[in-house]
Design a protein around this ligand. Structure first.
Ligand SMILES: *Cc1c(COP(=O)(O)O)cnc(C)c1O
Length: 427
């Protein structure tokens, strides 16, 4: 990206979707803690309920604080609209339930956030949403997993926790060949590092709990609709292409051609299922977006410095960070995120699980907790926590054996982080 484009991003990160409050002049987007919105007339109420007019009715379907967050993230990602939701998990859940019905099949990357893998397994066991897992770093194997029965593809742009970058454009080509939507979890990259829609993604989602919120305060998620997939007349996706009888027979792909997926995710996902994002969490996440373009370069620079140091440390067997030259994934880093592949990666500690747990317990600046992507540096042992539910062989294939710890590098001084790791590894 040129520096002009970067300036543009910075300005949008601060301003997109927001303007002074028309009634009070309040400059910060107010926190609208109201669950109901008074209708002007009975006709207006009926129109809003039937989706004939836009407007607020009851905050389960959306609220004005969340709406500013939705416009901002949609703008930063280059989508046409977005839906703010209770968590990253519920973002994935609502996307899958909006696209698929019981018995439908989809293909997912097998390198994913542990919570996403667990959700997908349970949805298959209990609701018959059939998932085929394939390695997104092996494009031939990934392409071979997609059949004419596949209804969607799900990948992460930067893989949690290895930090590997996926060739989004190549996966988008596979999706286009089969005329199915590509869903990208962009949590580890944020739109500052990678904008998947530019490479062909149809739906992008985030956990706001990580870098976008950025301060370890909120659980939240957001779904961004690129507005590009042509759902019209496509019987594979009935929520998008068939009449909603209880809404006067409207067909979302006809009534909202640019925003059909977002509208479906809002009406089915939020109004029916109910996991909206609270205005308070939207308010905090919105504050986070205003410094995203300042925090991400520092996260990445610190991660690069820590990874480089650990790569030559005698107590460390391996560092997964593909920002390091010579790493097999490095060419994709240079293509998709030349500034660096985020700030989450794993290391293998010599001395196995005992040494890994000793490192975790001896660090002073790093916090031992399950989050990633916040101001503070964090560490965890995935094999016994976040990824413990994976079958052991799969876990090791995904680079998460018993000797592995996951690091999320924060915004402290890199020299202090390196000194902390050195003192803990000296033991
Ligand atoms: C944390 C995370 C999620 C889930 O988000 P929550 O807000 O914790 O529900 C999904 N994807 C990735 C890549 C994550 O890191």
């Amino acid at each position: 990206m040129s520096s002009d484009c970067r300036n543009h991003f910075a300005t949008l990160a601060v301003h997109a979707g927001a303007s002074p409050d028309p009634v009070t002049g309040a400059r910060v987007t107010p926190l609208y803690l109201t669950n109901g919105f008074a209708f002007e007339t009975p006709e207006a109420a009926a129109d809003i309920f039937a989706l004939r007019k836009s407007g607020y009715s009851y905050a389960r379907g959306g609220n004005p604080t969340g709406a500013v967050l939705e416009k901002r993230i949609a703008t930063l990602e280059g989508g046409t609209n977005a839906v703010a939701i209770a968590s990253g998990q519920s973002a994935l859940l609502v996307i899958l339930l909006t696209l698929l019905k019981s018995g439908d099949e989809y293909v997912s990357a097998n390198r994913l956030f542990g919570g996403s893998l667990g959700l997908m397994r349970r949805l298959e066991e209990r609701h018959d949403l059939k998932v085929t897992f394939a390695n997104p770093l092996d494009l031939d194997a990934f392409a071979a997993a997609v059949t004419e029965r596949t209804r969607a593809i799900v990948i992460e742009s930067i893989v949690n926790p290895s930090g590997d970058v996926v060739d989004i454009a190549a996966v988008a080509d596979i999706a286009k060949k089969h005329n199915i939507p590509l869903v990208v979890d962009n949590t580890l990259a944020t739109p500052y590092l990678i904008r998947p829609i530019e490479y062909g993604a149809d739906i992008v989602f985030h956990s706001l709990s990580k870098f976008i919120g950025g301060h370890g305060q909120v659980i939240g998620g957001i779904i961004v609709d690129a507005g590009k997939f042509n759902w019209a007349g496509d019987a594979r996706y009935p929520l998008l292409s068939e009449p909603w009888e209880d809404y006067g027979g409207i067909v979302l792909s006809e009534k909202f051609p640019q925003t059909a997926f977002g509208v479906a995710a809002r009406v089915y996902g939020m109004r029916d299922l109910g996991p909206g994002l609270s205005p308070f969490n939207a308010f905090l996440a919105l504050t986070g977006t205003e410094t995203l373009h300042l925090r991400m370069p520092r996260h990445v620079a610190n991660a690069q410095a820590v990874a480089r140091h650990l790569a030559s440390h005698p107590a460390i067997a391996e560092v997964s960070y593909p920002g390091l030259e010579g790493h097999p994934n490095h060419p994709l880093v240079q293509r998709y995120t030349p500034e660096g592949p985020g700030a989450v990666f794993t290391v293998r500690v010599k001395g196995g699980e005992t040494a890994a747990k000793h490192l975790i317990s001896t660090l002073k600046i790093f916090s031992h907790l399950a989050n990633i992507g916040e101001t503070r540096s964090l560490i965890i042992h995935p094999a016994t926590t976040t990824h413990k539910n994976m079958p052991p062989e799969e876990r090791i294939a995904a680079g998460l054996g018993p000797d592995v710890v996951r690091l999320s590098i924060g915004l402290e001084d890199a020299a202090d982080l390196i000194a902390d790791l050195d003192q803990a590894l000296a033991g």
